[in-house]
Design a protein around this ligand. Structure first.
Ligand code: GDP
Length: 300
């Protein structure tokens, strides 16, 4: 993990053993290695640039203490800064869902097709039922893929939560409002609304999810993003963040072998906390997001 970056930096700093401070000149070459490591992890360039500038600002002038080499000292700064950007300074509450509203607390799921929205609804329903003892209702406002409604019904059943059936001929806003009405009447504490995603960013889809958002006013609007998305994560995050007041992010497919640079790109654009990580296809594959672990993973 971090050893990899330490070794990379050790190679470029062989000649500067014994230097007592991180300076503009002794960090320049090391920062090039950090930049390469981030690009290899598929972090988008604007996020890399901002990060390198921050690290430089923090590192230059820092004393190299005791037995540390300048490389080790810089790795320390990089690790701390990346963990902080991942949300380490926000504290553990940042990954909690907000329920401070008149029930039901509505959670709206947003993201591209294939990001893992429906699977995450099932995971959240299971987590909320089993760990938070909530009465949960789910509904699908995806009227474009009839299979999507069936898929949500299946995962909701597996999660032991209640499912509000919808028809592909209904309008997404009407579906969401009908489910909300049902949830109120049947005393559900949480309503999770799954939405349609397209393969790419699409104005019509954005307008539709905005309309659903203004109709039901969710307390949580979660942007679901595939950790393997790579450089494209930045454009996708920008489009959803411009369209909706996001409250958090779910990073899926972290069980894959990607280094997860998308996490940094998405944080760079949205500034919102990454609340959960998807770590398996099955419904118990949801974890609270761990900023420090993610930082180490990105640094490879
Ligand atoms: P949606 O189109 O956004 O609703 O995406 P789906 O929930 O249908 O997920 C797309 C695919 O990704 C499915 O095959 C899921 O099983 C898979 N998937 C979702 N989350 C994860 C995850 O955290 N890990 C893995 N390995 N697969 C996932």
């Amino acid at each position: 993990m971090l050893d990899n970056l330490t070794q990379r930096l050790a190679k470029v700093v062989k000649t500067m053993r014994g230097e007592a401070r991180l300076t503009e000149s002794n960090t320049a070459e090391m920062l090039r290695e950090v930049r390469l490591a981030l690009l290899e992890a598929d972090v988008a360039l604007p996020a890399v640039r901002e990060f390198i500038a921050k690290v430089k600002e923090k590192a230059v002038g820092e004393e190299v203490i005791g037995s540390l080499t300048p490389g080790q000292a810089l790795v320390g700064v990089v690790q701390r800064e990346l963990a902080s950007l991942m949300g380490a300074d926000l504290g553990p509450e940042a990954s909690q869902l907000n329920f401070a509203t008149q029930p039901p607390a509505i959670i709206l799921m947003a993201g591209l097709q294939g990001a893992g929205k429906t699977t995450t609804v099932g995971k959240l329903a299971k987590y909320l039922r089993e760990n938070k003892k909530k009465k949960v209702l789910t509904v699908s406002a995806d009227v474009y893929r009839p299979a999507a409604i069936g898929q949500l019904e299946t995962v909701t059943g597996q999660a032991g939560a209640d499912f509000f059936p919808s028809q592909p001929t209904d309008k997404p806003v009407d579906i969401a409002l009908a489910a909300l009405d049902w949830a109120k009447k049947h005393h559900h504490e949480v309503l999770i609304v799954d939405t349609a995603g397209r393969l790419g960013i699409d104005q019509e889809m954005m307008d539709e999810i905005r309309a659903v958002h203004s109709a039901i006013k969710p307390i949580e609007t979660l942007f679901v993003v595939d950790a393997m998305l790579g450089q494209d994560a930045i454009n996708t995050a920008r489009a959803f963040s411009d369209a909706l007041p996001l409250t958090g992010i779910v990073l899926t497919k972290l069980d894959g072998d990607s280094r997860g640079g998308a996490a940094l790109s998405v944080r760079h654009i949205t500034g919102k906390p990454i609340k959960f990580a998807g770590v398996a296809e099955k419904l118990d594959g949801l974890e609270a997001f761990d900023p420090s672990r993610m930082a180490n993973r990105i640094l490879g």
